[in-house]
Every structure is written in structure tokens, then in C-alpha cells.
Design a protein around this ligand. Structure first.
Ligand code: GLA
Length: 377
């Protein structure tokens, strides 16, 4: 049954009814496109969050992390948007959303453990929410397909936690498969598993957790999203996904900041489509320059980079990486490097960080891994 089930038993004094796992994600390319109804191309990390759970007949919820003895405990009446703080808001929000959706749900005991770094832009909160949706739905007899789990998990963030995120992170966690990147059209929700096997091409994906302190991430994110919606209204299209004449759109927008935001989103969607073509035809190395172009666009046009991130990207490229870019929402978080020179890139990044006086980054390589699943029984 594994460690997390043992931890559940010692925390709550009885065994769990089931254990679920949901991975964190890397977005290979397609950043800030999901809430513009565009394209994304993430893959799941081998690092997962594991959740052991059991139902309770009294409607109460108890939530605990395997790493601490603190327990969050609440009754059904306490579950309201804004009422729960800290990471327990995610599992608490799951019970609230299931109830709001008219699905059968009662109390829950939940113990989670995770190898996904938190606050690093690797979607540890999406993994937590997805695993809890799977657990709670299944314990109360609802069969949900993985994309429905992703939608409910997104609703937890939007309506309970108050983060206006898109569907990228939850879909990546739920729908990814080993050895593939997940090509998704976030308008139609159509997905394609695109083979992505870096080692077969002599490549690695090096992940650099820049450990840059997140700076007002949520406020900036919401502001970017509003700008895109404003630009779409000004252009008379349902979403920026629908802009197919970029020069015409740029000429029609009076505001320079909006022009930059639109240029990023439209070009980024095109880069995703090109990256998918390259992967389909077995040319992963050529995705490298697209990653770098995406970074430049996120740095200069979308303005979501920070000095630690740019330093890592530049150091990797100067060590001969095929491509590098910020991944995730931005303002800190992780950089991904596509390279056949992992050691040289890692050395170059560490050295550049020392020279700039930044706290040492944490580096690891990642293979496209399996999506969320039930581990037990
Ligand atoms: C965060 C959000 C996603 C997506 C990315 C940017 O990870 O949760 O929905 O918008 O930022 O691509």
C-alpha cells in the first residue's frame, strides 16, 4: 500500500480506502495561451503528489501533510470561498466544488505527500487538487473522466481559492502519458499525445528551479489575463486565439502594452503548432530555437520574466543548449533547457548565479511521465 497509506494510518488511527497520485508538470511551450483559448504542449513530471483518503459519515474534513503533524479540520458549514487559508484551501475547495456541482459528497480524511517542489511553478497545487477530486469523487461513487476531473480542479482554483488560472496545469496532470507531450487545444479541449522522447535524440530536459522569490504573482497574472480580454474585445474577436492577421491587429490597437501582449499570444500559438509538427516528424532538437523565441517573447512582450530566470536562460544558451525558456506563469519559478550538454549547462548556470550573487538554483532532469492515476486498491 506504500508509505503514504502507512502515514495515513498513523495519523488517523485506521487505514485509507484508496491512494491516488497526480504529477506536477512542465509546459514545453504554449505559455499564457490557455486563457486565450489557444494551444499548449505540456508534459507530466516524474514527481508526484500522493493522496491517501477515506470517507467520513459526519461530513467533516481532516487534511494532513505527511511532513507535518498539523491537521486542518473543518465542518461542512466552514467550506466557503475565502474561508480556508493555506494549502488546505485546495482539498477543502474540492469538497465545496463537488457539492456546488450537485455531485454526491460527504466528509473526508486526507493525507498527502509530495515530491513536487512547491512555489516553483511546477503545478504542485494542481496535482493536489486533481488527486483530491479523484479521491473524493471515487469514494462517493462518482465516475469522472480525466478531463472532467481537470475542469473541476480548475474550478476549485477559480471559484474557491480565487486564482483565475486556465486549464493547462490540471489537464497536464490528468491527461499526460509517459513518453509524450500533451498537445491540447484549450478551446475545443481536443488532445493529441505527441511522442517526445528526448534521450532517444541524445537530448535531456534540464529543469532549473531558479528559487527566485515569487513577486506578486497572482496580481500580475490576473492583470495579464484582463489585458488579453480587453484586447480581444477591442479587436472584436471572442478570444486572442482568433487573431489571424497579426499586423492588422497590431495596427488596430492604440495601446503599446496591449500590442505587446497580443504579439506574444499570437506568436506563441504559432510556435506551439510548429513545435508539434517538429515532434511529430521526429525532430525534437529543432524545438530548441522555438523555446528560446518563446522566452524572448515572454521576457520582452509579455513581461513575466525576472533576472534570475534570464540569467539561467542566458547561461544555458551560452553553454550550447539547443533552447531554453521560462516555464509556467512566470515571475520566478522554473526554466527548462533542452540540451545534449547537461553538465556544461548546469555548470554555466551555477557559475552565473554565483557571479550575480543569487541563491543557488536547484537542478534536475525530467522525462515525460505518466498522468494521474489510482495507486490502491
Ligand atoms: C499558470 C496557470 C496556467 C497557465 C500558465 C501560463 O501555470 O495556472 O493556467 O495560464 O500559468 O501559461
Amino acid at each position: 500500500m506504500g508509505e503514504v497509506a502507512g502515514a495515513f494510518a498513523s495519523a488517523f488511527g485506521y487505514g485509507p480506502e484508496g491512494v491516488w497520485a497526480a504529477p506536477g508538470r512542465i509546459n514545453l511551450i504554449g505559455e499564457h495561451t490557455d486563457y486565450n483559448e489557444g494551444f499548449v504542449l505540456p508534459f507530466a513530471l516524474p514527481r508526484t503528489l500522493t493522496a491517501a483518503a477515506a470517507s467520513r459519515s459526519d461530513g467533516r474534513v481532516r487534511v494532513r501533510s505527511g511532513r507535518s503533524t498539523q491537521v486542518f479540520e473543518a465542518g461542512p458549514a466552514d467550506l466557503a470561498p475565502g474561508a480556508v487559508r493555506g494549502w488546505a484551501a485546495y482539498p477543502a475547495g474540492v469538497l465545496w466544488v463537488l457539492r456546488e456541482e450537485g455531485l454526491p459528497v460527504g466528509g473526508l480524511d486526507l493525507l498527502v505527500d509530495s515530491t513536487i517542489p512547491t512555489g516553483a511553478g511546477l503545478s504542485s497545487s494542481a496535482a493536489l487538487t486533481c488527486a483530491t477530486v479523484m479521491a473524493a469523487a471515487s469514494l462517493y461513487g462518482t465516475v469522472l473522466d480525466p478531463s472532467e476531473v481537470a475542469r473541476l480542479a480548475q474550478r476549485v482554483e477559480n471559484d474557491f481559492v480565487g486564482v483565475p488560472c486556465g486549464i493547462l496545469d490540471q489537464s497536464a496532470s490528468m491527461l499526460s502519458t509517459e513518453g509524450h507531450a500533451l498537445f491540447m487545444d484549450t478551446r475545443t479541449m481536443a488532445v493529441e499525445q505527441v511522442p517526445f522522447d528526448p534521450p532517444a535524440a541524445g537530448l535531456s530536459v534540464l529543469v532549473v528551479d531558479t528559487r527566485a522569490p515569487h513577486r506578486l504573482v497572482e496580481g500580475h497574472y490576473a492583470e495579464r489575463r484582463r489585458s488579453c480580454e480587453r484586447a480581444a474585445r477591442a479587436l472584436g474577436v471572442p478570444a486572442l486565439r482568433d487573431v489571424d492577421d497579426l499586423p492588422g491587429a497590431l495596427a488596430a490597437l492604440p495601446d503599446e502594452v496591449l500590442r505587446r501582449r497580443v504579439r506574444h499570444v499570437v506568436a506563441e500559438n504559432a510556435r506551439v503548432l510548429r513545435a508539434v509538427e517538429l515532434l511529430r516528424s521526429g525532430r525534437p532538437r529543432e524545438v530548441g530555437p522555438l523555446l528560446t523565441a518563446s522566452h524572448v517573447s515572454l521576457r520582452d512582450d509579455y513581461e513575466v520574466s525576472v533576472p534570475e530566470v534570464d540569467t539561467a536562460v542566458d547561461a544555458a544558451l551560452s553553454a550550447g543548449a539547443a533552447g531554453a525558456r521560462i516555464t509556467g506563469g512566470g515571475f520566478g519559478g522554473c526554466v527548462i533547457v533542452l540540451t545534449d550538454r547537461v553538465e556544461a549547462c548546469a555548470r554555466s548556470i551555477r557559475l552565473a548565479y554565483r557571479e550575480r550573487g543569487f541563491a543557488p538554483p536547484s537542478l534536475f532532469t525530467a522525462l515525460p511521465s505518466a498522468g494521474a492515476r489510482r495507486l490502491y486498491p
